[in-house]
Ligand binder design. Structure first.
Ligand code: SF4
Ligand code: SF4
Length: 253
């Protein structure tokens, strides 16, 4: 089987399971981040398969309209935790099974592997893999911004040593360069307006502990507190809002 045929087989698994985006990343630019003993294992996998599902827009729009709407926050967090995260974990297992059949090693990256790290870091960033796969740029909100769906996506990933064709990272869009909406609206100033560079740790761009402190505080007032953030920086992004209105246009680069 050619590498392109293998790619198409894997893509088909994602798409027939209701994913909206699929791509493969060359992971080697991210290897300098995997220096700890625990993460050096990940350098066995030079490719990262990325797939994702578009959020139900009404759930996101309700947050954009009123970030203090407790009911809307619970609806969105339950949707992420109990539906999308589990669903994409299952898609990852199906892709990993297929890679095994093809004779390759596969390492699915699960969501919500508890306990959540005190540093708020997962093993590898799903967003970074999607970016390296060419599925979008990393916006000022530190999220993947896709040409069709903006940041309104939940992502899954599988690392592998399979030979597969890879995409190319996309530069930040001009509209994002000129916009400050997510930074301006963040209630705790957790976003630093520092451009994404794959070799730099996330802390340069985003103060995850400040963001986490905010939702821990809100958890005491009845908001969901599943180590989940308020999502306003995602909900207000014009790329995603345009997609929700079906005025879909690719980000200007
Ligand atoms: S809200 Fe504006 S600045 Fe933030 S990611 Fe979206 S386009 Fe970029
Ligand atoms: S999730 Fe909320 S608190 Fe965290 S960075 Fe985004 S807007 Fe700020």
């Amino acid at each position: 089987m050619s590498t392109q045929e293998a790619y198409e087989r894997l893509r088909h698994i994602a798409m027939e399971n209701h994913c909206d985006i699929f791509g493969v990343a060359d992971m080697t630019p991210a290897f300098p981040l995997f220096t700890s003993e625990e993460k050096s294992y990940l350098t066995r996998f030079p490719k990262g398969i990325s797939f994702g599902m578009h959020f139900v827009d009404s759930l996101v729009d309700a947050i954009a309209e009123d970030v203090d709407n407790i009911s809307a926050q619970h609806a969105f967090v339950d949707y992420i935790y109990y539906t999308l995260g589990r669903w994409l974990d299952d898609v990852g297992v199906l892709i990993a099974r297929e890679l095994t059949r093809l004779g390759a090693a596969a390492y699915p990256l699960y969501h919500f592997a508890f306990p959540v790290s005190p540093t708020m870091y997962g093993a590898v960033s799903h967003k970074m893999i999607a970016h390296l796969a060419g599925l979008g740029f990393i916006g000022k909100n530190c999220l993947l911004v896709n040409a069709t769906y903006g940041p309104r996506l939940w992502l899954g990933s599988v690392l592998t040593d399979a030979e597969l064709p890879t995409g190319l990272p996309i530069a930040r869009g001009r509209e994002c360069e000129e916009c400050m909406e997510c930074i301006r609206r963040c209630p705790v100033n957790a976003l630093n307006d520092v451009p994404f560079r794959v070799e730099e740790p996330r802390d340069k761009r985003f103060n995850a502990m400040v963001c986490a402190g905010y939702f821990a505080e809100r958890g005491k007032k009845g908001f969901p507190n599943y180590e989940m953030n308020c999502s306003l920086c995602m909900a207000v992004c014009p790329y995603g809002q345009r997609a929700a209105r079906n005025i879909v246009s690719a980000p200007t680069t």
